[in-house]
Design a protein around this ligand. Structure first.
Ligand code: ATP
Ligand code: MG
Ligand code: MG
Ligand code: MG
Length: 470
């Protein structure tokens, strides 16, 4: 059985043997002002795809470190989403196209990974007869297991105009015990956890013009992305990425550092998965030069790091532990990413400082909640008002979830609706404050500043509700 590290190597070797140049993983900080983080293998090659720069090699292969914050809430809830993950990819810049891309992915999946052919499904874009025919003719893939999917799933575009094209994706069917029944097909409702998408092949062959019409690109490109952790899970017969050899030692280390055990119950598993995932994200973000702050990438780092610490608390660990996870991450990934070893002391230091800071916030917050509870009880109340829970959050940065939890332990009520109403009120105030300023005729710099930061406190790139859950 292939280990995760072997799969990474085999992939690169496979495409090197097909005349691809192996490029090292690019930084998580993209060389692209329009992007916060590297979210896919193609990001470093955007200028070649868009024809802004000449590609130095027509065929390239990489394993690329990626961060996706849009999947943050999925971590630990689905079996297959991470914030940090590795994407294996092969790219053609105006060189080979659909036929080779499909045939080679098939060869790799069936001959190198040796996945069970009968469990594979593929999707093609609604109108992509050509891709379907290649799957049938060149790969002898059964037509019954080819599904046509629409724009949401199987169309890729660089933006509203510019290069775009259909995709074809390879999925593994885990069987009816993961959703649906014997007759379910890929894409059916309720089968999200059953059909695992492992590889996305993107055929960029069109240029979308200003008027919305499509014209064929003079040079057609291939961009593929396969999640290493998902492939490892499928190869190793695991239904959950966290149980592969790429991640399980980290789950165990997280358990050791928080005195808890994977498998004890769903809550423990969830927290251990979050810590595992986030410890990799944090390590790699700092390794690429990010430090915790209240905006941009620094905020992403801060948010992920604090979420991990918070899950440590949920497991009963109130001592510093997260910075110790860094050693394990580096020992497991240092071979594939050698600069980790060089930066390890710096990474640990940054994690430790932020961990300490957040721990103090938490300790202070816990005290404050207890005081509020006492006060309420003295007044004969069995409840903390929305005013109080919101003040704890807004003034002291104390997560609402924690207030709720501590109150629960003390048999005191809180109301999420009241908390949210206060939050809404606050947002409303911020909005009108902004309007007042605008009416006074301030320049667009201020408008931009408030758009970005709000009038009171910056809460980052997603909703402040997210922050409350941190
Ligand atoms: P999904 O539908 O499962 O969220 P996706 O369609 O968003 O995946 P793509 O953008 O097509 O993913 O990325 C290419 C591949 O990268 C996917 O086929 C999958 O193997 C992997 N991948 C995507 N997102 C994640 C993630 N958050 N964690 C781990 N692997 C991922
Ligand atoms: Mg996704
Ligand atoms: Mg998808
Ligand atoms: Mg996809």
């Amino acid at each position: 059985m292939l280990t995760g590290n072997q799969i990474r190597k085999e992939f690169i070797e496979f495409f090197k043997n097909k005349s691809h140049k192996h490029f090292e993983s690019a930084s998580l900080i993209p060389d692209d002002p329009t992007l916060l983080l590297t979210v896919a293998g193609m990001v470093p090659f955007k200028p070649y795809f868009l024809g802004q720069k000449e590609a130095p090699y027509p065929r390239v292969t990489t394993y690329q470190k990626c961060i996706r914050t849009n999947d943050l809430e999925n971590v630990g809830r689905t079996a297959r989403h991470h914030t940090f993950f590795e994407m294996l990819g092969n790219f053609s810049f105006g060189d080979y196209f659909k036929e080779e891309a499909i045939a080679w992915s098939w060869e790799f999946v069936t001959e190198v990974l040796k996945l069970d052919k009968d469990k594979l499904w593929v999707s093609v874009f609604t109108t992509d007869d050509e891709a379907e025919q290649i799957w049938i003719d060149k790969c002898k893939f059964p037509k019954e297991r080819i599904v046509r999917l629409g724009e949401d799933e199987n169309w890729w575009a660089a933006g509203p105009t510019g290069s775009c094209g259909p995709c074809s994706e390879i999925h593994v069917d885990l069987g009816p015990s993961y959703g649906g029944d014997e007759n379910s097909k890929l894409g059916d409702e309720g089968t999200d956890n059953r059909f695992i998408e492992i590889w996305n092949l993107v055929f960029t062959e069109w240029n979308r013009k200003e008027d919305g019409s499509l014209e064929p690109l003079p040079k057609k490109n291939i961009d593929t992305g396969a999640g290493l952790e998902r492939i490892a899970a499928m190869v190793q017969g695991k239904s959950n990425n966290f149980e592969t050899d790429l991640l399980f030692p980290l789950v165990e280390e997280a358990g050791r550092l928080t005195n808890s055990k994977y498998g004890d119950n769903q809550d423990v598993n969830f927290s251990l998965k979050v810590i595992t995932d986030h410890s990799r994200a944090v390590t790699f973000l700092i390794n690429d030069g990010v430090i915790p702050s209240n905006e941009g990438r620094g905020y992403v780092l801060r948010r992920i790091l604090r979420r991990a610490v918070r899950h440590g608390r949920l497991l009963g660990q109130s001592e510093l532990f997260l910075y110790k996870m860094v050693d394990k991450v580096v020992s497991m990934m240092g071979e594939a990413y050698p600069d980790l070893k060089k930066n390890i002391e710096h990474i640990k230091k940054v994690v430790k400082i932020e961990e300490e800071k957040f721990s103090r916030t938490l300790d202070q917050g816990i005290q404050l909640v207890n005081q509020e509870i006492e006060k309420a009880k003295k007044e004969g109340q069995n409840k903390l008002s929305g005013d109080v829970t919101f003040k704890l959050y807004d003034t002291y940065g104390f997560p609402y979830e924690l207030t709720e939890e501590i109150c629960g332990e003390n048999g005191v009520e809180v109301s999420k609706e009241e908390f949210e109403a206060k939050m809404e009120e606050q947002k409303e105030k911020a909005r009108s404050a902004r309007e007042v300023i605008m009416e006074k005729g301030q320049d667009s710099f201020i408008e931009e500043f408030y758009d970005k930061n709000g009038t009171t406190e910056f809460v980052g790139y997603e909703s402040s509700e997210e922050k409350a859950r941190l």
